[in-house]
Design a protein around this ligand. Structure first.
Ligand code: TXA
Ligand code: MG
Length: 349
């Protein structure tokens, strides 16, 4: 018999206190959680994900009042900035990096002198965190380098045998990982773009917020080539002078015998269900697109296409800063950009 939400949160809490791993829902993606005070349980996260030990983890908390258990209070200005962003955006899809309190162990920080904190905005997980005064460390609940899960079924597919329990909170409403902002340095820097934009952060802090510089020594997410990637070969088609409908016609002509999927944002009417190319339209709106992006990649990856392509309208996406996080994940998930001309050349050789 299915548990009600109260019972399921209680079960998740009991298992976490016993040092087991539990998958938790958040508004961004599902996390693979362990009690943040249990080193042996945290070690299991790295084993389950196949993740290198020096990758730091995000600490998830229930209340803003817990920040200073984890972070070090340095200058008045840094305290003010951290509390300002916490006030504005938590619970929500924002992770703040701050200087760590002396006791915080290397297994959480990857040996760095900083710690990442977030209060997620999901009612079940907030209830769960309310029962766990030490907080939870939780990376995304996927195997290392793969696409993050946005439904319990994705978690089950990725890590089913490695979690004691999956707390079912339905599909994630945002669908892409949180914005990460580093407040431990001289100036605020975004290490990973997300739904909370650089402009929103800058307006709240009333100061400029920078983007990460590629030469930085900070261990930022996704610096490895293949991050968030499906198994199927995945390419972004970079032609801007052709509509998605025209592109589909061209691809059907060039690749008549291949099993191809294409992700775009224009809705194509009267498309035949049995057409050779499977087309998924994910919306003109960055938020709706983000919400469905990973789940579409999971679904297409399962269906074993020869290749998956993505074609976006450059003009549309350059108009709204919220596309930045989609483009960031697309860049990490796709092997590389390709043009129709290059596809034709490959087919000729
Ligand atoms: O939306 C999210 O942030 C999700 C949900 C579950 O909360 N979590 C998530 O965790 O995406 P993960 O581990 O997949 O990505 C967090 C990234 C890591 O890649 C790590 O590099 C970075 O945060 N990070 C954590 N602590 C850090 C630190 N002290 N300094 C720099 N980067 C850090
Ligand atoms: Mg991740």
């Amino acid at each position: 018999m299915a548990l009600n939400t109260l019972e399921s949160v209680k079960l998740a809490s009991t298992l976490l206190k016993q040092g087991k791993l539990v998958a938790i829902p958040t508004e961004t993606v599902y996390g693979l959680a362990a009690d943040a005070s249990q080193t042996a349980a945290i070690q299991e996260i790295f084993i389950a994900k196949g993740r290198p030990n020096n990758h730091p983890l995000i600490v998830h908390l229930a209340n803003v009042s817990q920040i200073w258990d984890w972070g070090k209070q340095l200058s008045q200005e840094s305290i003010k900035d951290i509390e300002c962003l916490a006030e504005h955006f938590w619970p929500g899809p924002l992770t703040i990096i701050m200087k760590k309190a002396d006791w915080v162990p290397d297994i959480i920080t990857g040996g760095q002198d900083t710690v990442a904190i977030r209060i997620p905005n999901h009612p079940l997980t907030l209830d769960l965190l309310g029962t766990l005064p030490n907080g939870l460390v939780a990376p995304s609940a996927n195997r290392f380098g793969r696409i993050s899960p946005t439904t319990p079924a994705h978690v089950h597919k990725e890590l089913g045998d490695k979690v004691a329990y999956i707390l079912d909170g339905g599909p994630c409403t945002i669908g892409l990982e949180s914005t990460i902002v580093n407040l431990s340095g001289e100036q605020p820097v975004i290490l990973r773009p997300g739904m909370i934009s650089h402009e929103q952060l800058s307006a709240a802090l009333n100061k400029p917020v920078l983007f990460i510089n590629k030469d930085s020594t900070i261990r930022a997410p996704g610096v490895l080539d293949s991050h968030y990637a499906p198994n199927t070969a995945f390419y972004r088609i970079s032609d801007n002078d052709i509509t998605t409908a025209e592109l589909i016609n061209e691809l059907e002509a060039v690749l008549p015998d291949s099993k191809i999927a294409l992700i775009g944002h224009v809705a194509l009417e009267n498309r035949n269900e049995n057409a050779p190319i499977t087309y998924r339209s994910l919306s003109h709106h960055p938020e709706a697109f983000s919400q469905n992006f990973y789940s579409t990649l999971h679904e297409l990856d399962e269906a074993e296409f020869d290749s998956i392509f993505c074609h976006l309208d450059e003009k549309l996406i350059s108009q709204d800063i919220r596309w930045l996080s989609v483009l960031d994940r697309l860049q990490k998930a796709a092997h590389h950009d390709i043009t129709l001309h290059q596809i034709k050349l490959i087919m000729l050789t």
